[in-house]
Design a protein around this ligand. Structure first.
Ligand code: ZN
Length: 357
């Protein structure tokens, strides 16, 4: 037994020398204690100059990358608040509230691929707009973007708050997105060049409940081709789909064609298929995450049946342990030990478990 005591002391000294960031509460039990698959012994050779990226993670933020993420669904911006209309003032209120409560937009593609670069301690959120009405993106006669269209409001907010990234996906249907026909190309380019995204909302905006194989593939594939050809930007794929009315085919053998299929011999592949309601989405690292069925939350305060944006903001205020809190390091997935069972293997990313009690 006698030999063990000095060994423990050495261990403690080594831990203290590891330079882990300060832990909020400062109680001795709060330190990081478990790491998976890593040999973190500090070598005396030159290799030790290379800093372990985990040393940048401040556990006092209680990072939880197995937590839920809100994918918000907007439709129209307009003068009168309604079930599918948000006024500019209320939209600004939403952004202010999200900002103040530590939410930061990420792209849908980064969400589904788990490339989460959100600053540590903050919670990613995904913004989506359906239908591509004029109030989503309008050029005025003087050539300026209408500041009270969705695009104008997003840019305005981002300019005031540079740490609130300009990320949003506009789901478009038909051949007249944003309803100013001479400006379609310009608008699609503007969106992509400014870091936002264009998604597919099908050709005719019909529900898929009773649709057959051919119709599903044609509705998705032809719209993807139209948007891709109109945008005409090498390497930019139209590979996210928002289901009109959130309807999925009744015949479940057709469900897989929402994610992939082909139309006129040209294949399509959707990395994300979005539903209409009603819950926050799983972390992309959660076992239950399904890129072909991603729930959204209605960003509204009218007829939201207690499952709207503000209901979930309140919920996460009361249950912060259930929301995704970023560790700030994209290649590491930091998870409290008690959430361990929710997470699947994450490709080449390292899982970093820590005791959070
Ligand atoms: Zn729609």
């Amino acid at each position: 037994m006698k030999k063990i005591i000095p060994a423990i002391i050495i261990c403690i000294l080594l831990l203290a020398a590891c330079g882990n960031p300060t832990i909020g509460e400062g109680s001795p039990g709060d330190g990081p204690s478990i790491e998976q698959g890593v040999d973190d012994s500090e070598n005396q050779n030159e290799d030790s100059i290379e800093k372990d990226p985990k040393s940048n993670i401040d556990l006092s933020y209680k990072p939880n990358e197995s937590g839920k993420i809100m994918i918000l669904m907007y439709h129209n911006i307009g003068d009168e608040e309604a079930e599918w209309v948000r006024t500019p003032a209320n939209f600004r209120k939403d952004m202010d509230t999200l900002y103040e409560k530590g939410y930061r937009p990420i792209s849908l593609a980064d969400y589904v691929s788990g490339n989460i670069t959100t600053e540590q301690g903050f919670t990613p959120v995904v913004l989506t707009f359906d239908d591509g009405n004029l109030n989503n993106f309008e050029y005025l006669e003087n050539g300026q973007v209408n500041e009270e269209s969705a695009v104008g409001l997003l840019i305005g907010f981002h300019e005031k708050h540079k740490d609130f990234p300009l990320e949003a996906t506009f789901f478009l249907y038909g051949e007249h997105p944003f309803r100013q026909n001479s400006l379609i190309d310009e608008k699609l380019s503007f969106i992509v060049e400014n870091g936002m995204d264009i998604g597919n909302h099908t050709k005719d905006h019909n529900g898929f409940k009773r649709a057959g194989l051919q119709e599903i593939q044609d509705q998705i594939g032809s719209e993807a081709q139209f948007l891709k050809n109109t945008l005409n930007k090498d390497g930019y794929e139209i590979d996210t789909l928002a289901l009109p009315f959130g309807e999925r085919p009744k015949d479940e053998t057709l469900t897989k064609y929402l994610a992939s299929g082909s139309s006129n011999g040209i294949p399509y592949e959707n990395i994300a298929v979005l539903n209409v309601g009603w819950n926050p989405a799983y972390s992309p690292y959660d076992n239950k995450f399904d890129h072909a069925s991603i729930p959204r939350i209605r960003a509204s305060e009218v007829k939201v049946d207690h499952v709207g944006l503000y209901n979930y903001i309140d919920y996460f205020d009361k249950h912060p342990e259930e929301k995704f809190i970023s560790d700030g390091v994209a290649e590491i997935i930091t998870i409290p030990l008690d959430k361990k069972e929710f997470v699947h293997a994450a490709g080449d990313k390292e899982i970093y478990l820590y005791e959070n009690h």
